[in-house]
Design a protein around this ligand. Sequence first.
Ligand SMILES: C[S@@+](CC[C@H](N)C(=O)[O-])C[C@H]1O[C@@H](n2cnc3c(N)ncnc32)[C@H](O)[C@@H]1O
Length: 205
Amino acid sequence: MDPAAARDFWNSRYDRQDYLFGEAPNAFLAAQVDRLKPGMTALAVADGEGRNGVWLAEQGLSVTTTDIAPRAIEKALALAGRRGVALDARLADLDTWAWPKAAFDVVVAVFIQFAPPSRRDRLFRRMKAAVKPGGLILLQGYRPEQIGYGTGGPGQVENLYTEALLRDAFAEFDILHLESHDSDVSEGPGHSGRSALIDLLARRP
Ligand SMILES: C[S@@+](CC[C@H](N)C(=O)[O-])C[C@H]1O[C@@H](n2cnc3c(N)ncnc32)[C@H](O)[C@@H]1O
């Protein structure tokens, strides 16, 4: 999808009163709470309506949230306002954004599988460069088996992750946790039901 088509597609998905992926954080991210400390800096990659960025800000982190869809950014800022936290919100196409380098203690990438393999390689390279030495990448996505479940995620199997793919993509990082699992997801109407997931927690040396 070109950037204009992606913006229009996601704007129309988010054109609703409620939050497509809910207002609560992603379960894998929330489970990492003990690794997060007030004052850390975080980048929420393609953060949509901001459920994860807002939750990170509620933990006391200084959060940059990014998304290509103006409606997503509006809803993220509205959620932040209701929760009494601040977000540094950037409306950005992550293919062309001037990514900060070695700037964040944590880079969070939850369900960012809009990128086919060639764009994904570049996206992962930029995410890795954006983390400070010693900082963390926290990622959750769908595995190819998700196509059979049909409970969320893109229809393009090549966009989905396997353990081998993530091990290779983050080879120069310390892999602290890499797990494939089938779990019941209840994250808004957009992600609901039995899902084939993969979780990654990796540290930049
Ligand atoms: C499945 S949603 C996930 C949103 C959020 N991470 C969450 O879990 O609630 C994927 C997001 O990627 C965003 N996106 C798609 N293409 C993008 C691009 N080129 N640059 C930035 N964001 C993009 C969409 O607008 C959408 O918000």
